[in-house]
Ligand binder design. Structure first.
Ligand code: ADP
Ligand code: MG
Length: 281
């Protein structure tokens, strides 16, 4: 469904030269939920903007269903971190969700209203359609932003640290919302986060980025059961082993090399964390 090939992005201008990402290659099958995790400043937003067709790569390419992405592709929706800035305060929730649908000229007004209602229902905001964004909590505003993406009936949903600014309890609820929507809608999800636990909890696979110069450090299959819940999944020894593995990879990336630990199979359920890494000079 989605192929990122040898993606490199350098920001130039004002005498500056910032290599935001050096060389990223990975792909997503249709219907997969993949998390990309990496430290702050490693180029995650840059990657997402290239995938969303909002930014042109310096070299390499992004393919969606085999077609090279050169602008925002139809069938793709994006949810950004700054929900506060993504909603219009003077428009009611239902109008905020409906607004981008108006660009789709083939949709009749009743059909648009139907899509909006369905999307608000999917994110648990049926009763909030008539409210203004500023009357809602941060978590609810982010639900509105997700509803707006869902109303598009996207094939691919791109999310850039969407829950970084909400409190822990709300964040847990929103994580479960993403997994539920993914299962119900059959959408392909690329979820970007700097939070290792979130990446392992949400993803079927985790793509680990190094710090700058940014490359794919490792790709990890998360073999956790499809039905996840905050209490039991996070207490599962397999979860603990996976997050340890991701931590190690990110530490190894900081030291500038691949981790030399034995490969961790997600099926390992003995609860024993992987062996510590060799200390590098
Ligand atoms: P992340 O989302 O992982 O925190 P970003 O993609 O936002 O990382 O940024 C990666 C690097 O690129 C950072 O060093 C950042 O300062 C730089 N950068 C991001 N956007 C621009 C831009 N428009 N112009 C110049 N440098 C940028
Ligand atoms: Mg970012």
């Amino acid at each position: 469904m989605l192929d990122v090939r040898a993606l490199r992005k350098v920001y130039e201008g004002h005498g500056r030269h910032v290599e935001a990402v050096r060389d990223l290659t990975f792909s997503l099958d249709a219907g997969e939920l993949v998390c990309v995790v990496g430290p702050s400043g490693c180029g995650k937003t840059t990657l997402l903007k290239c995938v969303a067709g909002l930014l042109a790569p310096t070299s390499g390419e992004v393919l969606l269903r085999g077609q090279r992405v050169t602008g925002p592709p139809p069938g793709t929706a994006v949810v950004f971190q700054e929900y506060g800035r993504s909603l219009f305060p003077w428009m009611r929730v239902r109008d905020n969700v409906e607004l981008p649908l108006r660009q789709k000229k083939h949709l009749t007004r009743p059909r648009r209203r139907e899509l909006v209602e369905h999307a608000l229902h999917a994110v648990g905001l049926d009763d909030t359609a008539g409210a203004y964004p500023w009357q809602l909590s941060g978590g609810m505003q982010q639900r509105v932003a997700i509803a707006r993406a869902v109303a598009h009936e996207p094939e691919v949903l791109l999310m850039d640290e969407p829950f970084a600014a909400v409190d822990a309890q709300t964040r847990a609820d929103l994580e479960d919302l993403v997994r539920r929507l993914w299962q119900e809608l059959g959408v392909t999800v690329l979820f970007i986060t700097h939070d290792i636990d979130e990446a392992v909890y949400l993803g079927e696979r985790v793509v680990i980025l190094s710090s700058s110069p940014t490359v794919v450090q490792e790709q990890l299959t998360v073999g956790l059961p499809a039905r996840r819940d905050q209490l039991h999944t996070r207490a599962d020894p397999r979860f603990t082993a996976l997050r340890t593995r991701v931590h190690e990879q990110i530490q190894a990336a900081k030291r500038g090399g691949p981790a030399a630990a034995v490969p961790l199979r997600a099926e390992d359920d003995d609860g024993v964390p992987p062996r510590p890494l060799d200390k590098r000079p």
